[in-house]
Design a protein around this ligand. Structure first.
Ligand SMILES: O=C(O)[C@@H](CO)OP(=O)(O)O
Length: 204
């Protein structure tokens, strides 16, 4: 029996391509983003890892990526569970601005802190710690039990996955801040019967 957890960041979105803070906005994939999602599906196919359960956020870019991954695996009929717990962190006042616009307004160092510091939320938004507080319970109640029964696929966002990886791997705040997860990348865990990680492959 496979006990596996496959985490995929959605493919490149139009906001990613424009260098904009995305956060809670609903934006579509670019053609490159669709190809990145298909490539993640092919990586699972090459390893014979066919999801038994699939999760995404409530945003189009993760649902669309999950559809493409499952299509590449010949598993289009598998239902995908959308969860607000997996939504991208709320970027508050930064939402919709380009990185350059935000830096011009608040300075590059402040923007860097808001983007990556574990516990400092941007004005009106969520920190990584806030995001972890909603992602971790969902992981424990829905995702981990599915990964203990078979192959669980999760398609989510740069920062909701940063929080999820923190929960799965028990990262320190500093490790969480340094973790970068490219669009379309796959993080693949194999689990033992007592739910510890026996193998990790990072493919991007
Ligand atoms: O804009 C966002 O919501 C995220 C990634 O999609 O940006 P960051 O690069 O700051 O993690």
């Amino acid at each position: 029996m496979s006990r596996a957890l496959a985490l995929v960041r959605h493919g490149q979105s139009t906001a990613n391509a424009a260098g904009e803070f995305t956060g809670s906005r609903d934006v579509p994939l670019t053609p490159l983003g669709r190809e990145q999602a298909r490539a993640a599906g092919r990586r699972l196919l090459e390893r014979g890892l066919y999801p038994d359960t699939a999760f995404c956020s409530t945003r189009t870019r993760t649902a669309e990526s999950a559809t493409m991954i499952l299509d590449a695996l010949g598993r289009s009929a598998l239902p995908v569970e959308p969860a607000a717990a997996l939504d991208e962190r709320d970027y508050g006042a930064l939402t919709g601005l380009t990185h350059a616009e935000a830096e011009a307004r608040w300075g590059a160092e402040q923007v860097r802190v808001w983007r990556r510091a574990f516990a400092d939320p941007p004005p009106g938004g969520e920190s990584i710690r806030d995001t972890l507080a909603r992602v971790a319970p969902y992981h424990l109640t829905r995702i981990l039990p599915a990964a203990m029964r078979g192959v669980a696929l999760v398609v989510a966002h740069g920062n909701s996955l940063r929080a999820l990886v923190t929960a799965v791997e028990g990262l320190s705040p500093g490790e969480a801040e340094r973790l970068e997860i490219p669009t379309g990348s796959l993080r693949l865990y194999r689990l033992t019967p007592d739910a510890t990680i026996e193998g990790l492959a990072v493919l991007s």
